[in-house]
Design a protein around this ligand. Structure first.
Ligand SMILES: Cc1cc2nc3c(=O)[nH]c(=O)nc-3n(C[C@H](O)[C@H](O)[C@H](O)COP(=O)(O)OP(=O)(O)OC[C@H]3O[C@@H](n4cnc5c(N)ncnc54)[C@H](O)[C@@H]3O)c2cc1C
Length: 373
């Protein structure tokens, strides 16, 4: 890889930094649930500039820019801790553009582009997290609608979203990956219930219960029973754009500032530890650029995106752990930066697929070593 941004892309970075000044430290990146009203307003302000659809083709209603612009956008959002890429624009819209019918695109893309429709991903279940092919939530056709029954868990942001992007079983009980379909489900549909699952950082995930929820058959994206192939691309998108290098750079900068403020950086051991972390951060950034490079050149990015997620989330853990090690009890003050980073870093290696599963993906996709997802 020999990657560099063009001068147009670099000036866009400056435009994003300027735009973000009023939103810097909104903390929507790490605590979106709590900050939803402000984050939603920020998404609308972005939508006015066409930034939620910046890399969609003009024929799909986007600005038709290179995906490098999108990368820069979310990199700087991560550094400013303003917000994460919304799952609607980052994952759902891209899948719709690849696999939706013209009618589905006309219906679902404009409200995503304008920041009026937000989605939560409803994949995981109590018995199907790493092993997504074990999903049991059923979607059975009844006339012109699917009837959904089952239970999902760990849905990020569901409490504030408008729709679920639901992975459900439409095939036989033992059909595994060959019997899954993707459906768009209105959060306010009759028979749907959401319960909060509190998280370590004071925010929440959710459990979602479907008790005979009727969903028009036209809300199925892609062919019935063939969601698995679609999911591969969607998960690669998630493991890239949801884990921008800017966030890791910021974690390290914050810990350096914190160490200086507490007069810890006079210690050569502390400086050496921070220097080592800088190398780890750079490595995470190289992984992010590697995925971007693959996407720009139309290469398969599954393994690169999994490697990106590993590097990014382990770097977050290394940074938080280092602050705990050299900060001692100072670093344990509740709500102070190192302590919060520590709590956040614990679950980042799980959401979007665990480190163990990401390593298996890399072994299979990059080393050709076979095995299950
Ligand atoms: C912060 C956060 C946000 C999330 N957001 C969402 C969301 O929006 N939507 C959604 O659907 N889900 C979401 N999830 C769920 C997440 O995708 C799952 O938690 C994750 O895939 C792991 O599944 P599990 O919790 O069932 O653990 P399990 O699959 O039960 O795994 C338990 C342990 O066993 C290990 N393990 C399992 N199988 C293997 C294997 N084959 N080889 C080696 N080790 C293995 C795992 O690595 C893990 O350490 C979120 C989770 C978190 C923590």
């Amino acid at each position: 890889m020999n990657f560099s941004f063009s001068s147009e892309e670099e000036s866009f970075r400056q435009e994003v930094i300027d735009f973000l000044r009023p939103y810097r430290d909104l903390e929507g990146f790490i605590q979106q649930g709590e900050k939803w009203a402000q984050v939603e307003a920020l998404f609308r302000a972005m939508a006015e500039r066409g930034w939620l659809s910046i890399a969609w083709a003009e024929s799909e209603g986007g600005l038709g820019k290179s995906i490098a612009f999108e990368y820069i956008l979310w990199d700087e959002f991560g550094y400013a801790r303003a917000a994460r890429n919304p799952l609607s624009a980052g994952i759902v819209a891209k899948t719709l553009i690849r696999h939706g019918s013209p009618e589905q695109k006309a219906r679902w893309l404009p409200p995503i582009r304008s920041g009026d429709a937000h989605y939560s991903l409803a994949y995981s279940e109590p018995e199907a997290g790493s092993d997504l092919a074990a999903v049991r939530t059923r979607a059975d056709l009844d006339g012109d609608a699917y009837v959904i029954r089952g239970e999902k868990c760990w849905q990020s942001y569901a409490q504030n979203m408008d729709y679920f992007w639901l992975l459900a079983r439409t095939g036989d009980l033992d059909s595994r990956a060959r019997g899954l379909s993707l459906l768009i489900v209105d959060r306010h549909a009759e028979g749907l219930r959401i319960e909060p699952l509190p998280t370590l950082d004071g925010d929440q995930l959710n459990a979602v219960f479907f008790d005979g929820v009727r969903v028009p058959a036209s809300h199925r994206i892609g062919p019935e029973n063939q969601a698995w192939a679609i999911m591969g691309e969607a998960l690669a998108d998630e493991r890239h754009i949801q884990f921008p290098a800017g966030r890791v750079r910021r974690d390290l900068d914050d810990v350096c500032d914190w160490a200086e403020a507490h007069e810890l950086t006079g210690d050569p051991a502390v400086r050496a530890r921070l220097g080592g972390l800088a190398a780890e951060v750079r490595e995470a950034e190289m992984h992010s650029l590697n995925v971007l490079d693959a996407m720009i050149h139309g290469r398969q990015a599954t393994a690169a995106a999994a490697a990106n997620k590993i590097a990014h989330t382990l770097a977050c853990q290394s940074i938080a752990r280092a602050a705990m090690d050299f900060g001692g009890e100072l670093a344990l003050v509740m709500g102070d930066r190192p302590e919060l980073l520590w709590r956040l870093s614990l679950w980042e290696t799980i959401g979007g697929g665990t480190t163990e599963i990401m390593r298996s993906v890399v072994a299979r996709e990059a080393l050709g070593l076979g095995g299950n997802r």
